[in-house]
Design a protein around this ligand. Structure first.
Ligand SMILES: Cc1cc2nc3c(=O)[nH]c(=O)nc-3n(C[C@H](O)[C@H](O)[C@H](O)COP(=O)(O)OP(=O)(O)OC[C@H]3O[C@@H](n4cnc5c(N)ncnc54)[C@H](O)[C@@H]3O)c2cc1C
Length: 289
């Protein structure tokens, strides 16, 4: 079923994001984690797509099994940077064959792999090109797009970024999933500016728990989101005094407060970046829904 339809029904909700495990040997543990997290009844689950299509087969296989074996509503992420119309069509056909109805349409970033070569003809420049392509090829698919409460790092200014988001939705996007943020004020400001610009589609806030200082530092360096000096200091102090377990409990408490604040404040639901960590996410979700 299209996620847009689910969004109009079930509120508030949690949705869950996973990434394909790197090693085939990690698959059984991954699917055990999916099974355990299915117990929180997520509205939908999403699976990332490696830069340049590096996880294409895994993403497809995982969303297929999530639907078949766990009766979950999956959304496959799909990036178009360096892709061709033929390769995208092939992936969309595979999704349709597997009975998957939803795609998160992204531009993506060029892969770090020095062997990667951009195709000679650039068939997709921005996510909006992918959205309109999918809408033409598969009119019945549900399409989500990415939004950036603190602005996308390449955008010249927040207004330009928001105009690009609006255009992306006008091409056929049904809803927005936001980049992570650690201060809910960014989300409320983003939603306010989007509504003022005439964007009326649902904007789902994305929350990433700070389970580990190292992981969070790496992700922040890549995605352009910020962390307040106060929260960073709390995590660093926890690391010094109690190590990784102490960081995790500070991170979980912060994410729990964020999720409660978002739901109490009227967000339609929360998209949780699970980092494939079932125990930690189950602990976090206690008392949230
Ligand atoms: C919820 C979420 C999930 C993600 N999942 C993945 C994933 O699975 N795999 C992955 O590789 N990456 C993923 N990403 C990261 C994403 O691919 C990067 O942030 C990428 O840099 C931008 O992708 P986009 O779809 O937002 O691009 P776009 O919407 O195309 O925007 C990219 C930049 O171009 C600008 N822009 C857009 N249109 C125009 C235009 N017409 N003219 C000029 N400038 C324009 C925008 O303002 C922005 O600065 C995810 C991000 C989010 C928020």
């Amino acid at each position: 079923m299209r996620i847009a339809e689910l969004l109009s029904r079930d509120k508030p909700f949690v949705s869950l994001e996973f990434f394909p495990p790197k090693e085939p040997l990690d698959r059984p543990a991954f699917f055990r984690a999916v099974g355990r997290l299915a117990s929180v009844n997520p509205l939908f689950v999403s699976v990332t797509y490696g830069a340049g299509g590096s996880t294409r087969a895994d993403t497809l296989d995982i969303v297929t099994r999530m639907k078949r074996d766990f009766s979950l509503e999956p959304m496959a992420h799909l990036t178009c940077v360096g892709a061709t119309c033929d390769s995208i069509t092939g992936f969309l056909d595979d999704l349709a064959e597997a009975d998957i109805d939803n795609v998160l349409a992204l531009r993506g970033d060029p892969p770090q792999d020095p062997e990667f070569r951009m195709p000679e003809t650039r068939e997709f420049s921005y996510a909006s090109d992918l959205v309109s392509f999918i809408r033409r090829q598969r009119p019945r698919f549900g399409i989500g797009v990415a939004g950036y409460p603190e602005g996308h790092p390449e955008a010249p200014c927040p207004e330009a970024d928001l105009n690009h988001l609006k255009f992306k939705l006008e091409q056929g996007g049904d809803f927005v999933v936001s980049q992570l943020f650690f201060d809910n004020a960014y989300y409320w400001d983003f939603v306010g500016r989007a509504r003022a610009l005439g964007i009326d589609k649902p904007i789902i806030p994305g929350v990433m728990p700070a389970f580990s200082l190292k992981v969070i530092r790496k992700i922040l360096s890549l995605c352009g989101a910020t962390i307040s000096p106060g929260f960073l200091r709390m995590l660093e102090e926890a690391q010094e005094k109690g190590g990784t377990e102490a960081v995790k409990s500070v991170g979980i408490e912060h994410a729990r407060r964020q999720m409660r604040g978002l739901l109490d404040g009227g967000a339609p639901g929360v998209h949780l970046y699970t980092l494939n960590r079932d125990d930690d996410c189950l602990e976090l979700l206690k008392g949230v829904l």
